[in-house]
Design a protein around this ligand. Structure first.
Ligand SMILES: C[S@@+](CC[C@H](N)C(=O)[O-])C[C@H]1O[C@@H](n2cnc3c(N)ncnc32)[C@H](O)[C@@H]1O
Length: 222
C-alpha cells in the first residue's frame, strides 16, 4: 500500500483534516483542474501560484506534477494554513509560501525577481479589486519568459453577461462586500492581459460554471 497521505492520494481522510483550514471548493475542483494542468504543464519546471489560499491545491497538484517546482504565495494571513497543509502532506516539489500581497509593490518586486515558466491562480480575479487584477497580470507578465503560460481558473462572465443564475447571485454577494470584488468579463480580462503581452490562447469550460483561461506571454517586439 502506498505510504502517500490520503489527501495526496486523492482520498481525503476527513478526520485528519478536521484541524486544518479547509475549502470544499478546492476538494471539488482539484481533479478537473489537475487534468488540464497535466496537459498544459508538460514542459514547465517552475510554477508560481498566486493566492494559494489554504494551500490545498498546492499539496494536491505538486505530487502529481513531479517535474515542476510548485511555488505557493499569498498574503501573510494565509501562510499558517498553507504551512499546515504542506506539513500534513509534504512533497519535495512544493515550496513554502512567498509573501505576495498585490497591494504591496515591495512584495511584487521581491516575487518578480525570480523567473517562472508558468503562473497559476484560482478563484482570485473575482476576489481582488480590478486594480489588483491588473497587478496580478503584471506579475505574470513580468516573471514569464516568451511562451510562458498564465493559467487562471474561476467564474467569468461572457460578453458582459452571467453564464448561470448561480454566478449572478454570487456576483451580487461579491459586489455587496464593497471591496471591488466582482466576477470579471473574459473579454475585459483578455484585453487587459493583451496590453501586457499575455494573449488568450485557450479556454476550458469547467464544472460548476467555471472557466480555465490560458494566456501565453508573447515575445518582445522591437
Ligand atoms: C477565494 S480565495 C482562493 C484561494 C485558492 N486559490 C482557492 O482556489 O481555493 C482568494 C485568494 O485571493 C487571495 N487574495 C486576496 N487579496 C489578495 C491580495 N491583495 N494579494 C494577493 N492575494 C490576495 C486570498 O488571500 C485568497 O487566497
Amino acid at each position: 500500500m502506498s505510504d502517500m497521505p490520503n489527501a495526496a492520494r486523492g482520498n481525503t481522510d476527513v478526520s485528519m483534516l478536521a484541524a486544518l483550514p479547509f475549502s470544499q471548493a478546492c476538494e471539488n475542483n482539484r481533479e478537473p483542474i489537475l487534468s488540464v494542468l497535466r496537459e498544459l504543464l508538460t514542459d514547465s519546471k517552475r510554477v508560481l501560484e498566486i493566492g494559494s489560499g489554504t494551500g490545498q491545491h498546492s499539496v494536491y497538484f505538486a505530487p502529481r506534477l513531479p517535474h515542476v517546482s510548485w511555488q505557493t504565495s499569498d498574503v501573510p494571513a494565509n501562510h499558517a494554513a498553507i504551512h499546515a497543509w504542506q506539513q500534513q502532506y509534504p512533497a519535495d516539489n512544493v515550496q513554502p509560501p512567498l509573501v505576495l500581497d498585490l497591494t504591496s509593490l515591495d512584495d511584487i518586486r521581491a516575487v518578480t525577481a525570480r523567473p517562472y515558466d508558468a503562473v497559476f491562480t484560482a478563484n482570485t480575479l473575482h476576489i481582488v479589486s480590478w486594480d489588483l487584477v491588473l497587478r496580478l497580470l503584471g506579475v505574470a507578465a513580468s516573471v514569464l519568459p516568451a511562451d510562458g503560460l498564465l493559467i487562471v481558473y474561476g467564474p467569468f462572465n461572457e460578453h458582459g453577461d452571467y453564464t448561470s443564475a448561480g454566478n449572478r447571485q454570487f456576483d451580487a454577494a461579491l459586489q455587496a462586500r464593497g471591496m471591488g470584488s466582482a466576477i470579471r468579463d473574459i473579454e475585459t480580462v483578455t484585453v487587459a492581459a493583451g496590453q501586457m503581452q499575455l494573449s488568450l490562447i485557450d479556454r476550458y469550460a469547467m464544472p460548476a460554471n467555471n472557466q480555465l483561461l490560458v494566456f501565453q506571454k508573447q515575445p518582445d517586439t522591437l
